[in-house]
Design a protein around this ligand. Sequence first.
Ligand SMILES: Cc1cc2nc3c(=O)[nH]c(=O)nc-3n(C[C@H](O)[C@H](O)[C@H](O)COP(=O)(O)OP(=O)(O)OC[C@H]3O[C@@H](n4cnc5c(N)ncnc54)[C@H](O)[C@@H]3O)c2cc1C
Ligand code: SF4
Length: 520
Amino acid sequence: MSDYDVIVIGSGAGGGTLARHLAPSGKKILILERGGWLPREPQNWSAGDVFVDNRYVSPDTWYDADGKPFQPQVHYYVGGATKLYGAALYRMRKEDFGELQHHGGISPAWPIPYEEMEPYYTKAEQLYEVHGARGEDPTEPPASAPYPFPAVSHEPRIQQLSDDFAAAGLHPFHAPCGVMLNEANMPYSNCVRCSTCDGFPCLVHAKSDAEVLGVRPALEHENVTLLTNATAVELSTNSAGTAVTEVVVERDGARETYSADIVVVSAGAANTAKLLLASAGDQHPNGLANGSDQVGRNYMFHDSQAVLALSKEPNNTVFQKTLGVNDYYFAGEAWEFPMGNIQMVGKSVADMYRGEQPLMTKLAPTFSLAEVADHAIDFWLSTEDLPLAENRVSLDSGGNVVLNYKATNDGARDRLFKQLRSLLGHLGMQEHHLIPRWAYLENKIPVAGVAHQAGTCRFGSDPATSALNTDCRAHEVDNLYVVDTSFFPSIAAVNPALTAMANAVRVGDHLLERLGANAG
Ligand SMILES: Cc1cc2nc3c(=O)[nH]c(=O)nc-3n(C[C@H](O)[C@H](O)[C@H](O)COP(=O)(O)OP(=O)(O)OC[C@H]3O[C@@H](n4cnc5c(N)ncnc54)[C@H](O)[C@@H]3O)c2cc1C
Ligand code: SF4
């Protein structure tokens, strides 16, 4: 007899969403989370504490291919990386579910079509209270329902930017945002529309993260238990290797074991691979669920660039992340290959620039940092990273994560950068200054840029080339599932969280059926 019906390991976008979806069923659910609750404190909204001192980056050490240690930019908290995320909640494009030829190679097809994910995207947009406007983005996929909340309005400088993009022949749109903002009734709005959102925790719990809208609502059901500071270190199986019988956990310095009929791993792409590889046994000598040798492989993030342009007029925007441009998302007249997505990041302030060499050397001789901050308009350019078998997570002899990564699609990335730079003169900006920023991604050290990690346990219909089946169940282990971004066979060029959330609901429906439960 198992202790629980379901154990969920990790409480981020995948695990937190799954727990919330399963909670009303009455099934006995245990959430194991390696981190604690992210403290609510004034430092949540301090650029110096968050961006310069990395207050909420959790201690961990990974190693690159040469064995050099580095600190990954990970956030081990209830809610996972979503505690710090920018809450840009995009659907992948319909075409992203098919095969796409990129400059750097092939982006493979997913084993399910967009149409199968669509109802779950709709459900995830509702769960995470996404604000947006359909019909503006020319690449947007078909949707069965409107956004549950109206788009977040542009502030004047961003409205001007939108108008200038449109005058240049592009199709700017209101970006989908997961913030609990009620512009029609601000006295009752949870979100106060502040400048410290993207990359910061939300002090007033108004960001649609997986703690606030996943784990907390799940815990309102008495059948759901959360253990914090509980790190799953190994999954043991029966002697045939066909089912997980125990989850071995380190908590407060002691080892404990828990059992469940169903075990769902959602520890983030690198840590999920780590856990499965560390769970090798007689029947799974290369790691659990790894007969295909796919576990840990095809690690992707995004070929992203945070860049800063200088507006001729001061930019007084507070909440900047309201605009997107997808005119270069696919191959087109501008170039024969896809380039990616342009969106805004949170408004930069002078405090964030400390120590940023490209910015200091290129601008500091002419402009003071305060002038730069007054005029900065901050973009996030996101190009698809392509899955390569040799880009992988493996373990060293001490069981530590080794991340072997080389960039895959730099030609497209550079082209997107040039495309935006060529437009600056039409956008009311200084023409020659488009300066790479660190933001929360150190441009020079791509292996540390793990914010959008995905792909280490790809799902598919062929057990020879995938670790999971199309229900995200391990091909080789009957009661083992994975619902974090590990299952992505390709990562598209839009932010990954909504897809992880939608898929968690999809897998959740499958689990409810398997457990003979109803949604409650
Ligand atoms: C600064 C920042 C900004 C971002 N902005 C955006 C954005 O605007 N839009 C977007 O779509 N995405 C964004 N992302 C990415 C997004 O947050 C992730 O894609 C998403 O959270 C991934 O979900 P996940 O479930 O795979 O992993 P996570 O959300 O990282 O959850 C994994 C959880 O597992 C826990 N864990 C790890 N190992 C163990 C273990 N052994 N035992 C128990 N628990 C464990 C971790 O502590 C964590 O809570 C951003 C990320 C960052 C860091
Ligand atoms: S903008 Fe809104 S959701 Fe974001 S941190 Fe500020 S109050 Fe929170």
